[in-house]
Design a protein around this ligand. Structure first.
Ligand SMILES: [Zn+2]
Ligand SMILES: [Zn+2]
Length: 183
């Protein structure tokens, strides 16, 4: 879906606000052990995001016809502002993670969802930077860019992870980026 600037960059504002809101909910309890549990769930959520990112990109965006067609538009035209509108992604995250966990433990639900949201924010940022920023060689962002360019342009299926190559190594879909680009 082609997005306007508000919907495209909305993630960079809406995600931190949602994380802040979730943190304020637990802080308002003034309960140190609850906040400790929240932080633990937050860290687990950050880690879990990397697997969510891999699964969604590999098995939803590249396999489920409806999403595949939309994602293909990004592959055809990587510099256009194509994606899901911010509010849809964030609503989906709350629906899939927060809602079920809420009935088990509200604090865990808040922390875990906060971690997922931070991971999602990192993903949107790294993905945007990979396509739009001029990055100097060296550094994590530059390496992430090389990996993602291999996903787009090497003609081999792989490198589904954007923020990390970890799951590509686990599932044997890692493509070694070419250091020297033709252009
Ligand atoms: Zn893709
Ligand atoms: Zn891309």
């Amino acid at each position: 879906m082609n997005l306007n600037r508000v919907l495209y960059f909305g993630d960079f504002v809406a995600s931190p606000l949602a994380i802040l809101g979730l943190a304020l909910v637990v802080l308002a309890q003034r309960d140190l052990s609850a906040f400790g549990l929240w932080l633990l769930a937050f860290a687990v959520g950050c880690g879990a995001w990397t697997l969510v990112e891999y699964i969604v990109h590999r098995w939803v965006y590249h396999n489920v016809r409806f999403f595949d067609e939309m994602h293909d538009a990004h592959h055809q035209d990587p510099l256009s502002m194509i994606g899901a509108p911010s509010f849809v992604s964030i609503a989906m995250i709350f629906l899939v993670f927060y809602a079920p966990l809420f009935f088990i433990d509200r604090t865990v639900a808040g922390g875990f969802t906060g971690g997922i949201l931070l991971g999602y924010l990192a993903y949107t940022l790294v993905h945007h930077a990979s396509h739009h920023w001029k990055l100097k060689p060296g550094g994590l962002l530059y390496r992430a860019r090389l990996r993602h360019m291999a996903h787009h342009f090497h003609g081999v299926e792989g490198n589904y992870g954007v923020t990390t190559a970890f799951w590509d190594h686990v599932f044997a879909t890692y493509i070694e980026p070419r250091r020297r680009r033709a252009s």
